[in-house]
Design a protein around this ligand. Structure first.
Ligand code: HEC
Length: 135
């Protein structure tokens, strides 16, 4: 009976120690990458409407998926997030996305000036938050 109790205590302690380790590492990734990238409702709506069809698992173009996956953005390392956000700002300022060929066929997918400004502002603000993590 005593042996059984000892075994039980050891198992319990090991569990606690393990939990505290995994707990803290999960917290570190959360802190390092996660909260910097958030999608406010309005930004999320633009993404879902006008970008997500290509830059997500539903997309048909491997190039588009290699360039950007919205669902992965929040989980990337800060340096990768910074790069993606820079690219997003670039395509927005150039009016390069959605691609011209696509917009010619589906004019309703073109970003309005308001949508473009909204997303640019978000990308800049988010880039600043991410940059702080890189320091
Ligand atoms: C019809 C499909 C399609 C839609 C819709 C689309 N994209 Fe793209 N996007 C692509 C493709 C294809 C590429 C890869 C281009 C290449 O490699 O030449 C790309 C590349 C990119 C890149 C990487 C550019 C670079 O210089 O690395 C960014 C950033 C991007 N898209 C953002 C967006 C945003 C923001 C939207 C919505 C406003 C959007 N895309 C909508 C197809 C799409």
């Amino acid at each position: 009976m005593k042996r059984l109790l000892g075994f039980f205590v050891i198992t319990l302690l090991t569990g606690l120690v393990l939990q505290s380790f995994t707990g803290s590492s999960a917290e570190a990734t959360f802190d390092d990458a996660g909260p910097s990238v958030k999608f406010p409702k309005k930004v999320d709506a633009v993404i879902k409407n006008k970008c997500y069809g290509c830059h997500s698992a539903e997309g048909k173009s491997d190039k588009a998926k290699a360039a950007l996956m919205w669902d992965d953005l929040a989980g990337l390392q800060p340096s990768m997030q910074a790069e993606k956000l820079k690219n997003i700002s670039k395509v927005l300022s150039e009016g390069a996305m959605p691609p011209k060929m696509f917009v010619e066929k589906m004019p309703e997918k073109k970003l309005t000036a308001v949508e473009s400004a909204l997303m640019s502002k978000w990308a800049e603000k988010t880039a600043k938050k991410v940059a702080k993590k890189l320091m």
